[in-house]
Ligand binder design. Structure first.
Ligand SMILES: C[S@@+](CC[C@H](N)C(=O)[O-])C[C@H]1O[C@@H](n2cnc3c(N)ncnc32)[C@H](O)[C@@H]1O
Length: 217
């Protein structure tokens, strides 16, 4: 992984919600977040679950300053990498945290407070023994519904046909989600002009990509 300039804890602080390690390990309660307090404004909030190196958060934060973006990433080194890039660009409308997204959605995000939830290229966990780590379960779909506003959008993208079919089937049986048209991505004009890092890799390899969007009715 390419290194970014190392920033101090103080320099990163404005761009992240601090989730203490004890919370993750011992199940300590964390106070529910007020978006207005965290971002200092009442702009709509979009969440990205599992943002990896943070290309979507960085590009979106620059392109859409009138929207707030909150990213949740379970691996600390990725969360730090992305947050440093966000801090270097001084994007006040982008914040991240390092934690399990399911706990953040369940315990920290206020119900009905989010405009869009983005889930891009979640790990497929091919081995049967690892299937319990799959992110997109019925429990996760229920949490997404809980945090979305009425009319809010779930945006899901994957390169794994079986994962796509499983999520399509699951949401087909969730009447509160209605499928809507998922726009195709434009042809990229430069190397950073992709939805995410995984999208860039898979598009450059010529692999098919499956995209869907649902609205909460
Ligand atoms: C295959 S990577 C895709 C990264 C990025 N979305 C992209 O498209 O480039 C999946 C990411 O989801 C993160 N992840 C997996 N389970 C998670 C969870 N429960 N909560 C938050 N992040 C999670 C992983 O650490 C990893 O960074």
């Amino acid at each position: 992984m390419r290194k970014t300039k190392r920033l101090s804890r103080e320099e990163l602080a404005p761009y992240q919600l601090d989730v203490p390690a004890e919370w993750t390990m011992a199940g300590q309660p964390l106070a529910p977040v007020s978006w207005a307090t965290l971002f200092g404004n009442a702009q709509p909030v979009e969440l990205e679950v599992g943002f990896g190196k943070g290309l979507f958060l960085t590009n979106s934060g620059i392109a859409r300053p009138d929207t707030n973006f909150f990213g949740i990433e379970i691996v600390r080194k990725y969360q730090l990498y992305a947050t440093e890039r966000i801090a270097l660009r001084q994007l006040p409308n982008v914040k991240t945290c390092c934690a399990d997204a399911k706990r953040i959605l369940r315990e920290v995000v206020a119900p009905g407070s989010v405009a869009v939830v983005h889930v891009f290229f979640p790990d497929p966990w091919w081995k049967t023994a690892h299937k319990k780590r799959l992110l997109f379960t019925p429990d996760f779909a229920a949490l997404v519904l809980q945090v979305l506003k009425p009319g809010g959008i779930l945006h899901f993208v994957t390169d794994v046909q079986g994962y796509f079919e499983m999520v399509t089937e699951l949401l087909h049986h969730t009447p509160a989600f209605r499928p809507i048209t998922a726009p195709e991505e434009n042809a990229p004009v430069h190397d950073m002009d992709y939805l995410t890092n995984f999208e860039r890799k898979f598009r450059q390899e010529g692999r098919p990509i499956y995209r869907s969007r649902y609205t909460k009715v």
